[in-house]
Design a protein around this ligand. Structure first.
Ligand SMILES: [Fe+2]
Ligand SMILES: [Fe+2]
Length: 321
């Protein structure tokens, strides 16, 4: 049992590690609230990667060419990989993967609200890559310097893949925007539908996000929701210009004085509704994930049986085979 003096020393060491921008590692002492905040954030992130496979996954069988199919397939598979790295990072904090999955399926843990919107046309595949993966990059690049080591390291790899995702989306839109009038219309329509939900990916405004401040003090998070939202808008506007699409915000303009774009306020009531379960596809997404989980039960059982057999053989001979 740690005495009070021990705990004070451990806490001081933790605070010093965070303040000096060093990494907290799985075996290090950490405050319980830090651990719980990380488990919640990493689990939510992992769930988002996995649920996020659905809107685009729907288009794999309907991709217009073999090249587009191969790209989309690789991209959706990457998202599964991101989910795996992140569940792995959560496990280093003592979280149990089955438990996290149950929480997702029972609606007790959230995933990003953005994946509750439908991908209506193939242009949506491009817009998801450009805007949704683009917003994810803005959120995740600073997480590469997060104070928790396994999370920060997972993010380095995730971000490299996200930048491929964003480029493939932009390249798809670039091709369509130089195609027929109908294709250009599809692109604009997809941008109109995804722009505001993408801005909502950064979460509620800072004033309504009390947990953010603590996450920033612990250096889990590096920038506030509103700072990241601004960064995303500033990054995206010139890309939209080059693409020749209009972002559906009449208040969007360059502010010389601030050196940033001014923009309208997303409908945060809609964000709250979608997070609360009442988005266009919430029920469908969770139902599909539940079915996939149940269909995969035999794979998990086989993997466990295989691991047990391997362990028994190791016991008998002293060598793993
Ligand atoms: Fe991802
Ligand atoms: Fe991605």
């Amino acid at each position: 049992m740690a005495t009070e003096a021990d705990e004070r020393e451990l806490r001081a060491h933790f605070e010093e590690t965070v303040a000096a921008d060093r990494r907290v590692e799985p075996r290090d002492w950490m405050p319980e609230a830090y651990r719980a905040t990380l488990v919640r954030q990493i689990a939510q992130h992992a769930h988002s990667e996995i649920i996020g496979m659905q809107p685009e996954g729907d288009w794999i069988t309907r991709a217009p060419s073999l090249r587009r199919k191969a790209i989309l397939w690789a991209k959706v598979q990457d998202e599964a990989g991101h989910g795996l790295y992140l569940y792995g990072a959560a496990e280093t904090l003592g979280a149990d993967r089955d438990d996290l999955t149950r929480r997702l399926l029972e609606g007790r843990q959230k995933y990003s609200s953005i994946f509750n919107y439908p991908a209506a046309t193939f242009a949506d595949v491009g817009v998801i890559g450009w805007l949704v993966d683009g917003a994810a990059i803005c959120n995740q690049v600073p997480l590469c310097r997060s104070s928790y080591g396994p999370y920060a390291r997972a993010m380095v790899r995730v971000c490299k893949e996200e930048s491929f995702h964003q480029r493939q989306g932009y390249e798809l839109l670039w091709t369509m925007a130089r195609g027929t009038a109908a294709q250009r219309e599809m692109v604009q329509d997809a941008v109109d539908r995804w722009w505001w939900p993408s801005l909502m990916m950064f979460g509620p405004p800072d004033a309504a996000s009390p947990n953010s401040r603590r996450s920033m003090a612990w250096r889990i998070k590096r920038h506030s929701n509103d700072e990241l939202r601004q960064r995303f808008v500033d990054m995206t506007v010139p890309q939209a210009d080059r693409l020749g699409v209009t972002l559906p915000d009449p208040e969007l303009r360059w502010n010389e004085e601030r050196g940033h774009h001014d923009f309208g306020t997303p409908d945060f009531a809609e964000l709250a509704r979608v997070i609360g379960g009442d988005g266009p596809c919430n029920a469908e997404r969770v139902a599909r994930r539940t079915a996939a989980h149940e269909d995969g039960a035999w794979v998990r059982e086989a993997a466990v049986a295989h691991a047990q057999r391997r362990a028994r053989r190791t016991d008998d001979s002293g060598v793993a085979r």
